[in-house]
Design a binder for this molecule. Sequence first.
Ligand SMILES: [Zn+2]
Length: 114
Amino acid sequence: MTLGKCPYCSDGFIEARDKEVRGKKVKLYACSNASWRSEDGEMFELTKDSTCHFKFWQNSLAKYGKWLSYKEVRELLEKETLEVELLSKKYGTKIHYNKYITLSEEYGVSVIWD
Ligand SMILES: [Zn+2]
């Protein structure tokens, strides 16, 4: 399944791959031109025929209470930014707030803080 065009190479598509990290099922959203020798855990080594290295985890924003759905990834790839609801659990209370997120070649996905 592809979710959109890769923003960092000319002919790649972002696809969802089923992974398991520390016993937890999680999707890796990665460019079709990128593959790694080991895709489980945090150790990534690109294979020689990879022409792109773009990827991000479904739970990249888990510390803000956010998991990225297919629908959100599609929108993010299309519009480059996306407004999402994040959750802060600071000081023992849950605070919901809206922020824009964007793609980054280095970090995958990141929050725009202002
Ligand atoms: Zn790519």
